[in-house]
Write a protein that binds this ligand. Structure first.
Ligand SMILES: *Cc1c(COP(=O)(O)O)cnc(C)c1O
Length: 383
């Protein structure tokens, strides 16, 4: 166990700093310096390409409003969001030169909003293409957009045949100002035949879009080799510190940490039980602390009676079921002075990275961070 005296001094010293002492809420801390370091490393992997950033789902739950302008400041000028609403949300915090691509395209009727906020829809279907071209004619402007071709994910995008037919029959495609031609890899994490087949399919169509930027790779695609990089790479998770490859040259810096605090502490005896349905039966004298986070904040319920948290670097088991905004932890082994109300409890920290916590819960790192709710405040630090 670490040196008690020093630790007690550090246990709550930054409470005032981050606004604790007023409410019991939890804090996700986002290290912007780590984002900078990850972005630069990814950029260096594809030196001949532009390095964009995928900031959909509120930058994977980290807060696109702060992260997108920070990336723009680092020189990033291509941003990807899921839908028009997300695009509108970041338009006002980005330089007007920044390109914002909308991966889902514009839903019917949203074309004017996309134009008004200077967003580039990625057109995925004949319907989206026709609607965009109708809007362009109405406005008498050649508004740029992207085209997504499906090369094997079967999720979004034109089929290859559909695009070829459109091109051959001069149906619309020639009228479109295509700024970006893209596809998405299905399993770039593994050096696979599938990726090579997708690469081959993508290449077969690039000649249809001689003026467009070409883009194929997400974070994992960056490690698949130079031939996958094209003009623009589109990392998301790699920027936010999630490991997307076991490549020896890339160890992402941890960006996210998550902390809550103790509300109350109690003594329990043989015969007591903990939490809903009394799933944890107490078999000895125990001290149990109640901490202020639960599944309603996005903490995985499956970690009840299974997961761990940390107090001053010491591992503490979660006991009983996780409830909506609370969970109970076994602090029997800790000195009393470490468990006073307001004591910080680390959930994501150097001892337990996002990836560790996610995999304990059988989740992906981005599945975990996108689920961390709005009750949990975001705090941004930079060194
Ligand atoms: C989410 C997404 C990305 C980013 O993926 P990561 O694996 O997080 O790097 C890139 N392109 C598309 C089309 C996406 O949907």
């Amino acid at each position: 166990m670490p040196d008690t005296i020093n630790i007690e001094a550090n246990l709550r010293h930054d409470l005032a700093d981050i606004g604790y002492g007023e409410t019991s809420r939890s804090t996700m801390t986002v290290d912007l310096s780590a984002i900078r370091s990850n972005y630069r490393k990814l950029q260096a992997l594809a030196p001949r390409s532009s390095c964009g950033a995928v900031v959909k789902a509120d930058a994977y739950g980290l807060g696109a409003g702060r992260i997108a302008p920070f990336l723009a400041h680092l020189g990033c000028s291509h941003f990807f969001v899921a839908d028009v609403e997300e695009g509108i949300a970041i338009r006002s915090v980005l330089p007007s030169s920044a390109k914002i691509y909308v991966l889902h395209g514009a839903m019917p009727g949203m074309e004017p909003a996309a134009e008004q906020h200077d967003l580039l829809p990625i057109l995925n279907s004949r319907q989206q293409l026709d609607a965009w071209l109708r809007h362009c004619r109405r406005r008498n402007r050649a508004l740029p957009a992207g085209i997504h071709v499906d090369t094997g994910l079967s999720r979004l995008g034109f089929s290859m045949e559909e695009l070829q037919t459109l091109a051959e029959n001069e149906q619309g495609l020639s009228e479109l100002t295509t700024a970006l031609f893209m596809s998405q890899l299905a399993c770039a994490e593994w050096k696979s035949e599938v990726s090579l087949q997708q690469l081959y399919r993508f290449r077969k169509l690039t000649h249809l879009f001689p003026k467009a930027m070409l883009s194929l790779s997400n974070s994992a695609g960056l490690f698949a080799g130079r031939q996958f990089h094209f003009d623009l790479v589109r990392p998301g998770g790699g920027i936010f510190g999630f490991s997307t490859s076991d490549h020896p040259c890339f160890k992402p810096s941890q960006v996210v940490s998550l902390r809550t605090q103790i509300i109350q502490c109690r003594e329990l005896r043989l015969g007591d039980a903990i939490g809903y349905y009394q799933s944890y039966k107490v078999r000895r004298r125990m001290r149990v602390a109640t901490a202020s986070i639960g599944y309603g904040d996005g903490f995985p319920r499956i970690l009840g009676n299974r997961g761990h948290v940390f107090i001053c670097g010491t591992r503490v088991p979660i006991v009983g079921f996780v409830s909506m905004n609370l969970m109970t932890i076994d602090v029997t082994e800790l000195p009393d002075s470490w468990t006073a109300p307001g004591t910080l409890v680390d959930l994501i920290c150097p001892e337990q990275t996002v990836e560790d916590l996610a995999s304990a819960a059988n989740m992906l790192s981005d599945e975990l961070t996108t689920g961390i709710g709005r009750r949990c405040r975001r705090r941004y630090v930079q060194c």
